[in-house]
Design a protein around this ligand. Structure first.
Ligand code: ADP
Ligand code: MG
Length: 230
């Protein structure tokens, strides 16, 4: 039951959006997902309130330093993936969540402030590895990428980060109306109206590629069918 945390100490980097896209995509694919909404702004809890029941998705709304570990152990048996959405702040809850994670996703939008917020997360991960010998897998996710940005330009950004030994996901999250509107409409990309949301098909395709890449990177240790057989 892998724990995936979205962290960037800067608000607006695209953490919450990427976390929800991933959660709904893993759920669509049949995984049972529990989202720990550790952001005091509660965007994902609000999404869940207006969505009604979404198959395979549970949301836990009040997550604190004191409660986070308990939420994970209590829900372990009924969860395939935990996804933690953090506030854009550098605090002990962030450090605790990172310490509990199998993989940390660091959304970066490409602006300098975001990169700085991302660098602070990478610094903490480096510190944990150097001082405590704890290595936590992590990846930068490029977010809100303009759909007109060329593959070549993206490739250059990825190469720059790779030269600094920062792992970057192949799939960027593109700036799409659907990824913004889902918080107002509730539900999933699949329940949105393609006549009212532009490029919904492209958003679905992007979400699918993102989910596929994350599943390859952070596989379920034991699939449910394997557990049943055991
Ligand atoms: N891929 C995207 N496409 C369109 N809008 C996005 C995308 N990612 C983020 N946004 C918008 O940018 C703003 C900040 O994103 P959010 O996910 O809330 O960031 P964070 O959680 O890091 O503060 C929100 O208004 C959100 O709707
Ligand atoms: Mg957020």
């Amino acid at each position: 039951m892998p724990v995936i945390t979205f962290a960037n100490t800067k608000g607006g980097a695209g953490k919450t959006t990427a976390a929800l896209i991933l959660a709904t995509e893993l759920a669509r694919n049949g995984a049972r997902v529990t989202i720990l909404d550790a952001d005091p702004q509660h965007w994902i809890s609000h999404w869940h309130d207006i969505s009604g029941k979404v198959a395979n998705v549970e949301v836990i709304s009040y997550v604190t330093m004191a409660s986070i570990q308990g939420h994970i152990s209590e829900n372990r048996a009924k969860t395939d993936y935990f996804i933690i959405d953090l506030a854009g702040a550098r605090n002990t809850l962030m450090a605790t969540a990172i310490g509990l994670s199998d993989h940390v996703m660091i959304p970066i939008q490409g602006c300098a402030m975001d990169a700085k917020g991302g660098a602070q997360v990478l610094e903490l991960l480096g510190y944990l590895e150097d001082k405590a010998g704890i290595r936590i897998n992590h990846s930068v996710v490029l977010t809100r990428v303009n759909s007109l940005v060329t593959t070549r330009a993206l490739q250059m950004v990825k190469q720059l980060l790779a030269e600094r030994s920062v792992p970057v996901l192949d799939t960027p999250i593109i700036e799409r109306a659907a990824f913004r509107d889902i918080f107002d409409c509730g539900g999933t990309l699949q329940t949105m109206d393609p006549n009212r949301v532009s490029n919904l098909d492209k958003a679905c395709e992007n979400a699918r590629a993102f989910g596929d890449e994350v599943r390859r990177l952070v596989p379920l240790r034991l699939t449910r069918s394997m557990r049943r057989a055991a």
